[in-house]
Design a protein around this ligand. Structure first.
Ligand SMILES: Cc1ncc(COP(=O)(O)O)c(C=O)c1O
Length: 332
């Protein structure tokens, strides 16, 4: 049957979304209040920023955009250059999205064990080129390989180097921390966030303390060197990012992989939200802090949702068993 569409409805009535509009959808994420998981601490409020609401689907869209804008402003990123960096996925997805909208090629180096959902988004959907490094060297292997590629042909590439780029933490200093201050009406007393590059914890800590010098800030770190919390780094066994300054923080809280994985399920059952492993780890850390302080307003970050990685602790253990207990390092 041949149905012709009447002329009056051929013109779309919904507003057209432009590239600029997509980039404006980075930042201003909702602050979620945890209603149930903190029930043992009635005088502590726990909140988390739903960073999957950024265009690009994660917290890393903020620094990726800032690094690209600052690269353009400084003249280091010009038309025809390829954006090159090491990333586990979230920053890569953000580079790939922003690069596509702004007309840059993007080349991403990551450990081969980064989950296929993330690689698929970057390569198949946004068209970035992926170079795989050793699954047993985690993000450090990816950092080394990206540097090698860059050094062979520096004129061809713009390498933001998220681990050493001040624009990374400044993205949080300029946006995330201000949102937290406003969304809590200045009531925030504690801030906790996982460490990957350190951008989130450093930028928020610096700005929140300008608002109120008494706010206490803690980094969350996987308890073991070989862990399964994608996105986080175990500092003692890693190349320490240049932008991460532990001495500025009030302390670190360790999170066991198994607790973070269990918390993914708890958050789904009790709060009705499906988050990624590092987000669940953030709540494990926030609850540990709640048990110490008994009173206060804790804010943390949910870097991404669960849609990018299949979370299954059984699979993690099964992999270790079938690979002589050689667990690939989770990546940042
Ligand atoms: C899922 C996830 N969680 C947490 C982080 C840590 O954020 P940051 O790099 O700002 O320390 C990252 C960073 O890549 C991430 O991908």
């Amino acid at each position: 049957m041949n149905v012709s569409i009447p002329e009056e409805v051929q013109t779309p009535t919904c507003p057209l979304i432009t590239d600029e509009d997509v980039l404006k959808k980075i930042g201003n994420t909702p602050l979620l209040k945890m209603q149930h998981v903190g029930r043992n601490y009635p005088n502590v409020e726990i909140y988390a920023k739903a960073e999957w609401r950024n265009a690009g689907g994660s917290v890393k869209s903020r620094p990726a955009l800032q690094m690209i804008l600052d690269g353009e402003a400084s003249g280091r990123l010009t038309k025809g250059k390829t954006i090159l960096d090491s990333t586990s996925g979230n920053t890569g997805i953000a580079y790939a999205l922003i690069g596509k909208l702004k007309g840059y090629k993007v080349k991403l180096v990551m450990a081969a064990n980064v989950c296929k959902e993330r690689k698929g988004l970057m390569a198949d959907f946004y068209g970035a080129e992926i170079v795989q490094s050793s699954p047993f060297e985690g993000s450090d292997g990816a950092i080394r390989l990206a540097r090698e590629i860059y050094n062979k042909d520096p004129d061809q590439y713009f390498m933001p180097d998220q681990y050493n780029n001040d624009s990374n933490w400044k993205a949080h200093y300029n946006t995330t921390a201000c949102e937290i201050w406003e969304q809590t009406n200045g009531r925030v007393t504690h801030f906790v966030a996982g460490i990957g590059t350190g951008g989130t914890i450093m930028g928020n800590t610096r700005r929140l303390r300008e608002f109120n010098k008494n706010i206490l800030c803690y980094a969350l770190e996987p308890a073991e060197e070989l862990h399964g919390i994608e996105g986080l780094k175990h500092m003692a066994s890693s190349i320490v990012p240049g932008i991460y300054k532990e001495e500025e923080l009030d302390g670190k809280i360790s999170i066991a992989t198994e607790d973070a994985y269990t918390m993914v399920q708890t958050l789904e059952k009790e709060e009705g939200i499906l988050v990624g492993q590092s987000s669940a780890g953030a709540i494990v850390g926030a609850l540990e802090l709640a048990s110490r302080i008994k009173e206060g307003v804790i804010v943390t970050i949910f870097p991404d949702s669960c849609d990018r990685c299949y979370v299954n602790f059984g699979k993690f253990k099964e992999y270790a068993e079938t690979h002589g207990n050689k667990i690939p390092k989770a990546d940042s």
